[in-house]
Design a protein. Sequence first.
Length: 516
Amino acid sequence: MNTFKAFIYIINLSLLCLYFPVQAMVHPSIEVTQHNKIISRLYNNTTSRYLWLDKRQLTTQAHDALDFISAASNHGLRPDDYHYSTLHLLDPTQSENSAKQFDILLTDGLLQLIHDISNGRLDAIIADPDWFIPQTKINAGEFLQQALLTGHLRSRLNALIPTRTEYHALTSAIDRYQSYVDRGGWEQIPETQVLRSGDTHHNIPLIQARLAFEDESLTVKDTEKSKYFDTLMEQAVRRFQKKHSLKNDGIIGSETRYAMNISASERLRQIQINLERRRWMPKDLGQRYLFVNLANYKLSAIENGDTKLDMRIMIGRKTRPTPSFSSQVNHLVFNPYWNIPPNLAILDLLPQQQANTNYFYLKGIRVFSIDNGQKTEHDPYTIDWESVSDQNFPYILRQDPGEHNALGQLKFMFPNQWDIYLHDTAHKELFTESKRSLSSGCIRLEDPIALANFSLINNGSELSVMDMIASNENIGLVLTKSLPIYAVYFTVWLDDGEVIFSADVYDRDQHVAELL
């Protein structure tokens, strides 16, 4: 903030304080009247006229509060959103009016930052309409009042910062990518033919320089003006592809070049967005839980902080996206029937049956109707499917257990409003794809048997998972203790200590970025 702007700001603030003694710049996520009441209550509950000053000198707690605001940038937040520059321009020793302005501004800024660090800066459901995990909530006013009373403000403020390893890895990445931005970022790679090891091309020195920006294993010698694509460069390309969730083939095609051309400032913003999502999460996920990252097509089973299982998954395609949610897995179904949702029956299966009258028979799909509350089964060969349309579809479809069943041999059930569940699939070959947004909204599992064994630990089942599958019978099994599940959308995350980026397959980052 330049001197002139600061002067105008202080003039305006003085006018506000003249009429509204506790009025200050209010964060958009907190209502003005609510924020004023919080500040009024804090001042009414102290015997001093100031919270942060003693004889118009900054107290130790004031310095602690300023240090905490100064460190906001470590969390992808801007210190000036919490009045940091203005506070440094104000001199409380100058006058009583300056002291009041400083004291109220510091209170307001700290309340805002307490809210943003502990709850998230944004209202999750507004920032991401597909986010349905209850957002952490803390009363910033009550927290600050108690922290001031205890006399241990610094430790209490630091305790607000999420302790999970992933969060701190992302805060470290903020510093690193900010340094890339400060250096001017990397150059764009022009449109280039597909390049692989052994090729020679005039753009290779530019690509080498781009790789060296993030790859510490590349030295200056590696980025000399050689136009030859050697083995060392292929290894660097593979590392880049792994870091950016691309097919790890060492070949520079259009997707790899596109990822290289995402600017340092865009990557920095992506980290900031995902730090914000992390702050929306519950502080305690439990001792045993399932963690599904939709953006990187992965499910992990966690127990006492250790990852017991990691597997690939498929999620809903872009036109039928899987939401972010939390729930409790409460029962498993072996050799399940598939009660086909009406929209899938109409949009996906009806055209197949119209094209091939044997389709339902070959896939084990049975046809029912309900008349006066009575369910009646129909022979699909007796129905004129050409006369059936999406406007006139009076049938209910169900697929029997078996090798063609879309749910495979297992499904994992949990309460939710979308009828989503985890399930096996007959199309295992699709797990080799790097982009796996292929389902109609449910989450398909690479290794459902391993997940069933994890879910059933200490469940006291008489039959093993394999026995129940081999029975070919439709068996439901209730868990004696439900298993929390969190399906999230993190386009930046931690894998083996390394920060990994993925594509924004559902375009959910953009809306959060605009609000931030």
